[in-house]
Design a protein around this ligand. Structure first.
Ligand code: NVA
Length: 315
């Protein structure tokens, strides 16, 4: 059965561990997998702006021996000019993997239902699972073993990044705290799902209003833009709602002394995070950006080469 990576909990805890291990190997030895030799084609489609995702997929696909095909989202008009299902059936005949950045999660699910090849979520309104693989790889590099670490996400608890931290963090056995203002708290369904995963991994989840409580002793501090792509019309209201949720040096003083700071970028200095923090010694943002390539090479390779027998996971 074809596997996809549409949301963070598409990988079981054991599978997530395998993918992260493979990512670390591919970082040490970038050409040790030629899983796309041929070259096989990976179709990448972007319906929202992109820098890191497009660049890291293109570079990573080339390193795997493959051909990165850019399908121009505005020309293709997926779901407008022709249906998602028809596009999926066409691209599935040209490419070995499809990567899609778009708006609705239901759209990538529909693509996966009809493509016949693995589909990877390159960001939707609901999740950004490739970012989380890169972020967990980054945390592992700086902090060692993941289970038991505490991560504080400060900002838009209703965003794709927050949802993905809840699910991927719980899968990795982290204690995930989200601090967000009223009206921007994480949806209950994701908190519940993360808690359910935590039942297997030991992870815990807290949805808080107070950023100080979230940062107290945290090992990892994460933030993201207050105005995600597609929310531009709400910008003014959001800047006001999140004003007390900026990651400042004062706030950082509450975290563990050796805490790391993460941001998926693009960042808005002086809004969700102060420049001194983003550009300061605790920041690991450039490692995160680099690790997109290693993590995405790992998930592509893992998806097309199949589930290793040792994982015992059903497909
Ligand atoms: N939450 C942000 C992530 C950007 C990579 C957005 O969706 O715009």
């Amino acid at each position: 059965m074809t596997r996809h990576f549409l949301r963070d909990d598409d990988l079981s805890p054991a599978e997530q561990g395998e993918v992260l291990e493979l990512a670390a190997t591919l970082k040490r030895a970038p050409y040790s997998s030629r899983s796309l030799a041929g070259p096989r084609t990976v179709a990448t489609i972007y319906d929202k702006p992109t820098l890191r995702t497009q660049a890291s997929f293109a570079a990573g696909i080339a390193e795997l021996g493959g051909n990165p095909m850019l399908v121009d989202g505005s020309l293709a008009g997926i779901g407008k000019r022709e249906s998602v299902a028809d596009v999926a059936r066409v691209l599935g005949r040209q490419a070995s993997v499809i990567v899609w950045r778009t708006f609705a999660q239901s759209a990538v699910e529909e693509m996966a239902a009809y493509a016949g090849v693995p589909v990877v979520n390159g960001l939707t309104d609901e999740f950004h699972p490739c970012q989380l693989l890169a972020d967990l790889l980054t945390v592992r590099e700086h902090k060692g073993a993941l289970p038991g670490l505490t991560v504080a996400f400060v900002g838009d608890g209703g965003s794709n990044l927050s949802n993905s931290w809840l699910l991927a963090g719980a899968t990795a056995g982290l204690h995930v705290r989200v601090a967000a203002p009223e009206g921007h708290q994480p949806e209950e369904q994701y908190v519940d799902r993360a808690r359910e995963i935590g039942g297997q991994t030991g992870a815990t989840v807290a949805a808080l209003a107070d950023p100080k409580a979230a940062l107290d002793g945290a090992d990892v501090v994460v933030t993201d833009t207050w105005v995600s792509m597609g929310k531009e019309e709400e910008a003014a209201a959001r800047l006001a709602a999140f004003a007390d949720y900026r990651v400042t040096t004062d706030l950082m003083s509450l975290a563990a002394r050796d805490a790391i700071v993460m941001h998926c970028l693009p960042a808005y200095r002086g809004k969700e995070i102060d420049a001194e923090v983003l550009d300061g010694p605790q920041s690991v943002i450039w490692d995160e950006a680099e690790n997109r390539r290693h993590a995405q090479k790992a998930i592509i390779t893992w998806l097309i080469e199949g589930v290793p027998r040792s994982s015992g996971a059903a497909s």
